[in-house]
Design a binder for this molecule. Structure first.
Ligand code: ADP
Ligand code: MG
Length: 780
């Protein structure tokens, strides 16, 4: 009997896992035509058969071959989205999740109620959703709520080659979830999609998949791309070099779009400005945003004026010193330290160019210059997909978003600066810094490949072939480069006690795991292991500490463990609304406008000086007086959040008061989200957040300090003592618990001149000095 039942289950399983239905999709003819040209269409049958026969399948194909947009549609048509589950696709970047869901909805001629997206703060998922694009972090949170992911019949992990931390963990988890689902008679499929070909980490990792999943290679029909290396490698002003090269391509070479790779948002804007100035064009219709400001005769006049200036040297951007510039978070963020090269004339001087035809006023067709980076507003981003205005040449200046996540049509020339901006952590001290470093060979080849999508192309590498030879072959997995306490806590909450044994595609270092467990123990999220004399036993015990009830509460908050601890403690003395606001403000990107930014012109410089004075005054006002000063920059943040909400959180208020509107909107959303999370974890507290918030009482300020200290206890610093100050480098310096070097209060801090004896800091950022700063740590 029992055997019979088993057979039945098998048959049912088989039936369920092989949908024989075909769900028709009503596509527009022009869409259908474009689809048919995509290489992945030729593999539809092979892919669908492999999916039918195997629980896990890996699909590998050049960027632009149609994986992201088409594979979900194949699955949909084959009936994988049904009552029993929907199709989920994860992307490491928010941009990709949003833009791909829109694109697929459009291709399928369906509403965004059916093809939807979910990212941290927003989404348009409904009960009708069949295909759901989301960030990998969102799916990881869902695993916590429902380990079997029962809402999904298929999970596609996209862009697996990016090796983002959450992607890596999801693959590890799904390698266990999929067999479990199949065993329980609720079949599920896993597709891993990747661009470059190093899939061995996934397929040949015995810990991950016992039987290696089949790998389907999508033939990319790539046209040949001629690679041109520079003879020499510019080490300082590579942006100037990029500018010259782009101008030259535009002047000399046949039609075809140009795609330029730089490292960050400020570089992108600066180059866009220079290019627009060099090849101005007047738009027929009205301009829509700052990113597309058409150059007017005013700009032209200025341009001519600057051309007459002689012997103006370019501002030098020193690569070796690059990390010394204050930079913002993220690989494609504002890097405030890059000087605006507005008034420089020498960049237009191409006398050293042997091919110079001697033309002065550029008679070329206009260059249609568009920026592209991940924080760009979606409408601006969408522009890169439309053909450029008639009679212009398209030129996209991008960060590495254009490397694999987004494919731009019509690119024939790629200009590659060869660099990428990365965040580096020191595992011991936790000091982090952004550094522009060389990219990997695989990434450089990806960039070059963008030139050969529609016809043979050219890639100009602004470095020598010898330098290329020294690049690492592949980019490192992110997980090996950052602290992992948030991941360890999430895993413990999933009852994975021995995190060391987790099937990571690439495991984090033992050192990082030990540091993470240590921190979590000190925060009270993990149980302290019993003491023993034996060092080895102790070390082993430390790596398998069970989670505490406090740890579980902390894991349910969508912020890093330190901040989760603050939330968990916040219910005391009516502090919760303040703690929520402070945590929200600490975990979004920079909320204040950068007052140290360089001015473009003298005129601007004078205005900026005035603005700086006024805003500093404002920040001092927010910092309050007396007891509230004890909260330092957190009080400034609280004041800013309260004032902004009081004024209705308008772009104008933010602009007038030196706050980043985007950050303030994010803080508002995060406050709502954190309030809900706190209410669901401890319903008895019943927090209600009044957005406007009355300032905390003196007593509450004291409590708030204690709560913040509880999360940042190891980030305590003490003013250098008299004996240290004998050495000049300790002037105004602080000593931390974690390292020997002096650290400093940042000039933008409310405490800059106050120098209290003890301070806590969020993190140490190495720029011109080691600065203690309020900056977010690893949260999704
Ligand atoms: P892959 O995932 O393999 O890199 P995609 O599915 O992202 O490939 O892209 C397939 C094709 O769809 C590309 O040629 C790309 O230019 C096009 N495409 C993607 N998004 C859009 C969009 N929003 N508008 C127009 N074309 C798009
Ligand atoms: Mg893709």
């Amino acid at each position: 009997d029992g055997k019979n039942n088993g057979d039945q289950e098998k048959i049912q399983t088989k039936m369920l896992s092989q949908p024989a239905i075909f769900i028709p999709v009503d596509r527009k003819p022009e869409i259908q035509e474009a689809r048919l040209k995509l290489p992945v269409l030729a593999e539809e049958q092979v892919i669908m058969e492999a999916v039918k026969e195997n629980p896990c399948v890996v699909i590998c194909g050049e960027t632009g071959s149609g994986k992201t947009t088409q594979v979900p549609q194949f699955l949909y048509e084959a009936g994988y989205a049904s009552e029993s589950g929907i199709i989920g696709i994860t992307e490491p970047r928010r941009v990709a999740a949003v833009s791909m869901s829109h694109r697929v909805a459009k291709e399928m001629n369906m509403s965004t109620r059916v093809v939807s997206y979910q990212i941290r703060y927003e989404g348009n998922v409904t009960s009708d959703t069949k295909i759901k694009f989301m960030t990998d972090g969102v799916l990881l949170k869902e695993v916590q709520k429902d380990f079997l992911l029962q809402r999904y019949s298929v999970i596609i992990i996209d862009e697996a080659h990016e090796r983002s931390v959450y992607t890596d963990i999801l693959i590890g988890l799904l390698s266990r979830i999929v067999p479990l689902r199949n065993k329980k008679g609720m079949p599920m499929k896993l597709l891993v999609m990747s661009a470059t070909l190093r899939v061995e980490d996934f397929t040949e990792n015995q810990k991950l998949f016992r039987t290696p999943p089949p790998v389907i290679k999508v033939d990319s029909r790539q046209f040949p791309v001629t690679i041109h290396f520079n003879k020499r490698t510019p080490l300082d002003d590579y942006i100037g070099e990029v500018f010259q090269k782009t101008c030259k391509i535009h002047r000399m070479l046949p039609p075809g779009g140009i795609l330029v790779f730089l490292t960050g948002q400020a570089e992108v804007h600066s180059l866009c400005r220079r290019l627009r100035k060099a090849f101005p064009f007047r738009k027929a219709n009205t301009s829509t945003g700052e990113d597309e400001e058409a150059d007017t005769s005013e700009a032209m006049r200025k341009f001519k004026k600057t051309k007459q200036k002689k012997n103006v040297s370019l501002p030098r951007i020193d690569l070796a010193n690059y990390s010394a510039l204050p930079v913002d978070e993220g690989d494609e963020d504002r890097d405030a330290g890059i000087r605006d090269e507005e008034d420089e004339g020498s960049d237009l001087d191409i006398a050293d160019d042997p091919d110079n035809t001697g033309e002065k006023a550029d008679p070329c067709i206009p260059l249609y210059v568009l920026p592209l980076y991940s924080l760009l507003a979606p409408e601006q981003q969408a522009k890169v997909f439309s053909p450029p205005p008639y009679g212009t040449r398209l030129c996209i200046v991008a960060t590495n978003v254009a490397e694999t996540s987004l494919t731009i049509p019509g690119i024939k020339y790629v200009v590659d600066c060869g660099r990428v901006k990365k965040r580096f952590y020191d595992r011991v001290t936790g000091v982090s810094s952004f550094k522009v470093s060389w990219t990997s060979q695989a990434a450089a080849n990806q960039r070059a490949g963008r030139a050969g999508r529609t016809e043979p192309g050219h890639c100009y590498r602004l470095y020598s072939s010898a330098v290329f030879g020294d690049f690492s072959l592949f980019s490192e997995a992110e997980i090996t480069r950052r602290p992992v306490e948030d991941l360890v806590l999430q895993m413990k909450d999933l009852n994975i006690e021995k995190v060391v044994n987790f099937p990571f595609p690439t495991p984090p270092t033992g050192e990082a795991l030990v540091a993470a467990e240590q921190l979590l123990i000190s925060l009270g999220a993990l149980e302290e292991p019993p003491r023993t004399e034996r060092v080895k036993e102790m070390a082993r015990a430390r790596l398998s500490c069970p989670i505490t009830p406090l740890g579980r509460a902390m894991a349910s908050f969508p912020v890093a463990p330190r901040y989760a601890k603050m939330l968990a403690l916040g219910k005391q003395q009516g502090c919760l609304p303040y703690v929520i606001a402070v945590v929200a403000a600490m975990t979004v990107r920079e909320i204040f406008e950068d007052l140290d930014r360089p001015a473009g012109s003298e005129d601007e410089s004078a205005k900026l000086t005035q603005r700086r004075a006024r805003l500093t005054q404002m920040r001092r006002l927010w910092a309050g007086q007396g007891a509230s000063l004890l909260l330092g920059d957190l009080m400034v943040m609280l004041g800013a959040v309260g004032a902004c909400e009081f004024a209705g959180c308008t772009p104008k208020f933010c602009e007038d008061n030196g706050l980043r509107y985007k950050a303030m909107v994010e803080i508002r959303k995060l406050r709502g989200q954190l309030t809900n999370a706190v209410n669901s974890v401890c319903p008895e507290v019943g927090v209600f957040v009044d957005p406007k918030m009355t300032p905390p009482t003196e007593h509450q300020v004291v409590c708030l300090r204690q709560i913040v200290l509880a999360g940042l206890g190891d980030h305590l610093a003490r003013r250098a003592q008299a004996e240290d100050i004998l050495d000049a480098k300790w002037n105004n310096a602080y000593k931390t618990c974690l390292m020997d070097d002096p650290v400093f209060i940042h000039p933008t801090s409310a405490l800059f001149k106050k120098l209290p004896e003890f301070v806590v800091y969020q993190e140490i950022m190495e720029t011109t000095k080691m600065y203690m700063r309020g900056k977010p740590t690893g949260v999704q």
